[in-house]
Design a protein around this ligand. Structure first.
Ligand SMILES: *[C@@H]1O[C@H](CO)[C@@H](O)[C@H](O)[C@H]1NC(C)=O
Ligand SMILES: *[C@@H]1O[C@H](CO)[C@@H](O)[C@H](O)[C@H]1NC(C)=O
Ligand SMILES: *[C@@H]1O[C@H](CO)[C@@H](O)[C@H](O)[C@H]1NC(C)=O
Ligand SMILES: *[C@@H]1O[C@H](CO)[C@@H](O)[C@H](O)[C@H]1NC(C)=O
Ligand SMILES: *[C@@H]1O[C@H](CO)[C@@H](O)[C@H](O)[C@H]1NC(C)=O
Ligand SMILES: *[C@@H]1O[C@H](CO)[C@@H](O)[C@H](O)[C@H]1NC(C)=O
Ligand SMILES: *[C@@H]1O[C@H](CO)[C@@H](O)[C@H](O)[C@H]1NC(C)=O
Length: 645
């Protein structure tokens, strides 16, 4: 009996304790919140009662802290004051959804480290993705949808390793979606301003998770193309398939029309080509790829598709205008290019180059220019100039594309890569070094190509360097690439060019000229001779460029030490090397007017060469007298003395 009373008493006591116990600090925090935040009358928190009994507040079993706070749709207005909710340090669930809360999420939310569910949707919160939230590593559900958040979704959401639901739809988040590794079950970023490719980790979510963004691509949406931003999904985001279908049909039609229409032109061109080849005496011209179609006009697939939607239609037309130059050998169009598989060849100062393999098997190089400043008209004028240049030592520009967002150039693909790669790639790892014959062949080819640009094209190359000398095949037929692009960039672009090739006056004025091309070409010759990259640190002293390094070596002791060690096995050609070195040194004169013209350079290099061509085989050219046979070296520039400044 007595025992029972004691038990009852104890029970009463504990229940009393429960009723009276009060999470005092939490209560103060809640009161502070409510007193500073306008709200509807429904929310009456009686300060004399326990906070655990208030509307929307739940405490833990022992009523020692607030466990959850749910205040949906109670007309809360204005910013969440700091040091209020952020002080509910034991909070597990917080819902403030469907109110009129504004401003940023207070930084002290980072103290809610035990929070598991956070529902802030349907307010007008603004600012960037709240950094305080990425510290709440126990969050499982985070809903920020239908607010005014801006900026990027930070990579640090990956801090939230327990997250199963992330809802960010209907905000103004922009930029790329970070790769999120958490095991998400629900994910929604629809109706933001996101762009770029959808990370693979998120590609399993339905397309409605990504709808209504500026420019997202990749699964589950349309595939990304490296050359173009994906077509912007229309608001209803269901018309894309039909559109694609339509323009595909059109472009097929265009191809057929063009192919049929140009058979005659192609035949004519072939005839002309044959005639030309006959006239040229001993140019071992490369057999050109079969002429499939010749086009002089813009391929405008899609211009007539603007029936349904005027703006969409004209954007499409703009998008589909790939301009081929007369006498081209390709028969693809933009649609094909979009479908091509692409691989990055290199990132340069003017943009990124891709090797694009079209479905039919054609391979081209697509250069994606960045920071173009000129107008479309100016761009087209320059392209017209560049497209006309045809020479076996110039990598032909085949087509271009200009839109507000994209500027593309299409070149022939040169399968043997660049001189830079051949000369400097994996040195000493058992590869076959570039022999002297090949170097001479490249030197003379590049010189001819550059001279053609200068004389026939009246074009300054502006960016001569070994990575812009491309080789067509195992025979080392050189082609000069990336010419004449400087006018597209105003004054800004050349500054970040590879410094070692720039003529002294270009470093100062940033203005390229025929003479500055000659200087750069001289550096290129030195590179061929020394095997040293002009921008590499291996020249010993800090800040010394290749011409000055060569000068210093040559001045101190006129030895063969300047030459590439890989060339030293070819004893017979030392004389030729010295001659080429002298030509190179003339090209890198500090005073522009003292540099020879490119035609002179070609002639001088050919003079070195003539002996061998007459000899036939290089291997038999041991005769030491051969070098001075029949062609006397030009005056001054042929004596070692001229090398010293
Ligand atoms: C507040 O709570 C106290 C004690 O529980 C009670 O006496 C009082 O009537 C309540 N006031 C209101 C306005 O409900
Ligand atoms: C988090 O809480 C600690 C102690 O409770 C406090 O010192 C700190 O200022 C709080 N952080 C923020 C951002 O308010
Ligand atoms: C990620 O969480 C840890 C705590 O777990 C925190 O120290 C860190 O600052 C968080 N990183 C970011 C970017 O919020
Ligand atoms: C939030 O965005 C909506 C719609 O863009 C706008 O009407 C509203 O004024 C914005 N609110 C704030 C606080 O910026
Ligand atoms: C994505 O948008 C941002 C601006 O919001 C822009 O800076 C960026 O270039 C865009 N990226 C792509 C791939 O379009
Ligand atoms: C994502 O949110 C949008 C807009 O609220 C909705 O229409 C869509 O069904 C949601 N998708 C998923 C997968 O939840
Ligand atoms: C989204 O997917 C559904 C079916 O999976 C498809 O019918 C719809 O066209 C797709 N929408 C977009 C915009 O890709």
């Amino acid at each position: 009996m007595a025992l029972l009373t004691i038990i009852v008493f104890l029970l009463q006591l504990t229940s009393n304790v429960r009723v009276n116990s009060e999470p005092t600090q939490d209560k103060q925090a809640l009161l502070a919140f409510l007193s500073q935040t306008p709200h509807s009358n429904r929310l009456q928190w009686n300060a004399s009662a326990s906070a655990c009994d208030w509307v929307g507040v739940k405490c833990d079993a022992s009523r020692s802290f607030v466990y959850s706070l749910r205040l949906p749709a109670v007309d809360l207005v204005g910013p969440v004051p700091p040091a209020t909710i952020g002080r509910l340090s034991q909070l597990r669930i917080l819902s403030l959804r469907s109110n009129g809360l504004t401003g940023e999420i207070p930084g002290d939310f980072s103290n809610l480290t035990l929070l598991r569910n956070l529902y802030l949707q349907k307010n007008q919160f603004s600012g960037e993705f709240p950094p305080s939230l990425t510290r709440l590593t126990r969050l499982t559900r985070l809903d920020l949808s239908s607010n005014n958040f801006t900026g990027q979704i930070p990579f640090s959401v990956n801090n939230l390793t327990h997250l199963t639901g992330l809802f960010l739809e209907h905000n103004s988040f922009s930029g790329k979606i970070p790769s999120i590794t958490a095991k998400l079950v629900d994910f929604n970023v629809s109706f933001n301003r996101l762009n770029g490719s959808i990370p693979e980790t998120l590609s399993t979510f339905p397309n409605s998770s990504f709808a209504g963004n500026i420019d997202l691509c990749g699964p589950p949406l349309t595939a990304c193309n490296p050359f173009f931003p994906a077509p912007a999904p229309s608001p209803s985001s269901n018309s894309t398939p039909t559109k694609t279908h339509k323009s595909k049909k059109l472009s097929t039609g265009a191809i057929v029309a063009i192919v049929v229409g140009s058979v005659l032109v192609a035949a004519l061109l072939l005839l002309l080509l044959l005639l030309c080849l006959r006239r040229r005496r001993r140019q071992p011209a490369k057999p050109p790829k079969p002429v499939a179609a010749a086009r002089a006009v813009a391929v405008e697939a899609g211009t007539s598709s603007s029936k349904e939607d005027i703006t969409g239609g004209s954007a499409e037309a703009e998008r589909n205008k790939l301009v081929f130059f007369e006498g081209g050998i390709y028969s693809f169009d933009l649609e094909d290019l979009l479908r091509a598989s692409a691989e990055v060849l290199g990132k340069g100062s003017v943009g990124t180059s891709y090797k694009a393999v079209l479905e039919e098997g054609t391979t081209v190089v697509v250069k994606r220019l960045k920071d173009v400043v000129v107008t479309k008209k100016e761009f087209e004028l320059q392209m017209e100039v560049l497209g006309k240049i045809k020479h076996e030592n110039v990598v032909p520009l085949r087509a271009f594309y200009f839109s507000k967002d994209e500027k593309l150039l299409v070149y022939d693909y040169m399968s043997a890569g660049s001189l830079s790669a051949l000369l400097h790639g994996s040195r000493g790892s058992g590869r076959t070094p570039l022999d002297w014959d090949s170097r001479m062949k490249i030197a003379v080819g590049a010189a001819r190509g550059l001279a053609c640009l200068h004389v026939a094209g009246k074009v300054v190359h502006g960016n001569i360097k070994s990575s812009n000398i491309l080789l067509r095949g195992p025979d080392h037929d050189a082609g000069v690439s990336d010419f004449g692009l400087n006018p597209l960039f105003g004054n800004g672009a050349p500054s970040n060019r590879v410094a070692g090739y720039r003529a002294p006056e270009v470093v100062e004025t940033r203005k390229v000229s025929f003479k500055s091309d000659v200087y750069s070409f001289g550096v290129l010759l030195l590179e061929l001779l020394t095997g040293k990259a002009p921008n590499q640190a291996s020249l010993g002293e800090e800040g010394i460029d290749l011409p000055r390094w060569v000068q210093s070596v040559v001045r101190e002791e006129w030895t063969a030490e300047v030459f590439d060690a890989e060339l030293m096995r070819y004893h017979n050609f030392e004389e030729e090397m010295v001659q080429l070195l002298q030509i190179a040194m003339a090209c890198v004169s500090v005073v522009p007017d003292q540099r020879p013209s490119m035609q002179d350079v070609v002639r001088m290099i050919e003079d070195i060469n003539r002996g061998e061509t007459d000899d036939g085989l290089r291997q038999s050219s041991d005769d030491p007298s051969k070098g001075s046979e029949g062609h006397t070296p030009p005056p001054e520039s042929r004596t070692p003395r001229s090398l010293t400044p």
